[in-house]
Write a protein that binds this ligand. Sequence first.
Ligand SMILES: CC(=O)SCCNC(=O)CCNC(=O)[C@H](O)C(C)(C)COP(=O)(O)OP(=O)(O)OC[C@H]1O[C@@H](n2cnc3c(N)ncnc32)[C@H](O)[C@@H]1OP(=O)(O)O
Ligand SMILES: O=CC(=O)O
Ligand SMILES: [Mg+2]
Length: 725
Amino acid sequence: MTTRVSSNNLLIANELYDFINQQVLPCTKLSSQQFWLAMSSIIEEFSAENQQLLETRSKLQKQINQWHKTNQYNSEDLTSYKNFLQQIGYIETPVEDFSITTSNVDEELATMAGPQLVVPITNARFALNAVNARWGSLYDALYGTDAISESNGAEKSGSYNPVRGQQVINYGRDFLDQVIPLKQGSHHQVIDYQVNDQQLQITLADKTTTQLLNPEQWLGYQGAASNPSAILFEHNNLKFELKFDSGNEISSRDLAGISDIIMESALTTIMDCEDSVATVDAQDKVVAYSNWLGLIKGELSTQVTKEHQTFMRKMAKDKQYLAADNTAFTISGRSVMFVRNVGHLMQNDAILTSDNQPVYEGLLDAMVTSLIGSIDVNSNNEFKNSKFGSIYIVKPKMHGSAEVAFTDKVFTRVEQLLGLNKNTIKLGIMDEERRTSLNLKNCINAAKDRVVFINTGFLDRTGDEIHTSMLAGVVERKNDIKKTRWISAYEHHNVLTGLSCGMSGKGQIGKGMWAIPDNMADMLEQKIAHVNAGANTAWVPSPTAATLHALHYHQENVFTIQQNIADLNTQALLDEMLQIPLATSTNWSEATITQELENNVQGILGYVVRWINQGIGCSKVPDINNVGLMEDRATLRISSQHIANWLHHGICQPEQVEQVIEKMAKIVDSQNTGDATYVPMVSNWQTSMAVKAARALIFEAQHQPNGYTEPLLHHFRYQLKHGKS
Ligand SMILES: CC(=O)SCCNC(=O)CCNC(=O)[C@H](O)C(C)(C)COP(=O)(O)OP(=O)(O)OC[C@H]1O[C@@H](n2cnc3c(N)ncnc32)[C@H](O)[C@@H]1OP(=O)(O)O
Ligand SMILES: O=CC(=O)O
Ligand SMILES: [Mg+2]
């Protein structure tokens, strides 16, 4: 039973009330009385409109379903379909051309291009790693992943393998030749780097001395000039550091004594309160908010035990160097943080209204994450997040411009109530719902004074694509949907729209997640496409992936690419985006159908069982080919909607799906035997809340609002925790 405090017509769970009063408010200028009155005002002023927006979503979905029942969708002639979507307001009339006017944006978002890391905020160990992932070891990232092949004696053996090590060193030297070429010779031949007479002097094996071809790329050093412990360079506005740790096994084998190349990696990080976490009640919300508080104050720390060593992980300090003329300078040691709030859909009983209704969680997040963010705005501590006094909030899962306008209004009011200047809160818009993609220009316009990124969340977007057009016909197999026409049009349209709204140099045009966390070789090969497409950031699942993806921003200069994208005409892409990913042939063999179901069900069970039983919101789950995939609520949305589509159109039958669930539950249980806290499904079949949740997520998927997974996930996890929903 949650105990509650009554304040300003709200019933606030004690955990939340105490956390805000005792830990947050003392760091601000607000009193408890002021804050809870403000919270009450936000809930009072915006709940009805929030509700109304959700009703519009479901009304539009009903109209679309009805249209598909009475009309044949024709991909060759979209006229009547498009007219219908315009008539019901699903496609909006585009606003006049405009440019965004967002100001006070940190350079990491506006004028720099590099990886964006996403991390579940509830996991302090990961969150600390993420904020510190501004800098990452290239050598570790290459040595420890499949970025370098294990063939020809280069295996990752237990101890250091010098054959593999040499390949890492060679890779590093190739990188140096590419980004900081020498006037003469190659970095492969260098035996010494040192500072001499205010210059970086580089000596080759034949004892000739040389310099960088572009000496201004050398920024500074640490240690003694004649024997630096680190040297700092810059290329494409990204920095990296050569490290010289003497006595280290790597440096002792290296011609120039280099022990590592430390790359500027995750320029920005999204601390995620949304799809990668399981926060169903006040207790969970307080974990999320207190980590955000710790990160904003620079005080978060956690004990980590790794390889038989225990240490405290803390936030990295800024990095100090000496410039050529021996003046000291400092550069940031940490990623600039966004916090991703939840969308408009969910309610949470961390606070109840006077008539016992759980409040909209998005309103709660807006107030609390901004309140905590305001500590950064008003402070000048060494861990300051935004040098420009901005609070960066990502708002996911908005449908169309009215919902963005609503967010903008809420943020404006939050600013007033917290005593912040207008537009202090910057908005990252996830372009991840079909109604937002089709009306992206209007969406950006609705927040043009505060928008700071548009990001293609292609995973949610795929789920929405399937759900919205559920009745149009049978969709392609899950992996084949990635090859269909709408998705490339959507990705391209996002970049062009962002550029045409003047986002270049003012904010981020972002691309989606690399969802195969262990496949770094593939990522290195494929994710350059994001840079080539004109996106100045793209999501990565881990710090290691951030370091490797940073290489792409050295390979190409995104801002030059953006300038060279001349044709900003988005009109033709709108029709392409309306190409529903329907299967061209449904003549699949039984084996193919079974394989598709097994793959989807394995992903669903592998993710849901940890979510429901252990409260883990993001997991690496093997697919049926044993490739570990990042699963979160968005990937779950795709898998569940996909099965729902095939069930609805009779490609598979409920009994068949039930059999697949039983079969895959055994496999998922066996995959988790190494986890002592894992609760198996098969041996608890009748009672397992995870099994109930997974079955509901499949068989009730078609009727979930916009195909979202969080209502059912929350329902079953809450039941498990509290014995009721
Ligand atoms: C559609 C969307 O919304 S995408 C956005 C949501 N997705 C995310 O946020 C992805 C976050 N990523 C993760 O949670 C994890 O990387 C997973 C679950 C995908 C894979 O995890 P695993 O490979 O099993 O990681 P594992 O537990 O082995 O951890 C490996 C190390 O990497 C670190 N790490 C992994 N992911 C992250 C991350 N996102 N941020 C910071 N550190 C991370 C861990 O801290 C750990 O290092 P440590 O031992 O020094 O603490
Ligand atoms: O939030 C990201 C997505 O792909 O969905
Ligand atoms: Mg998403």
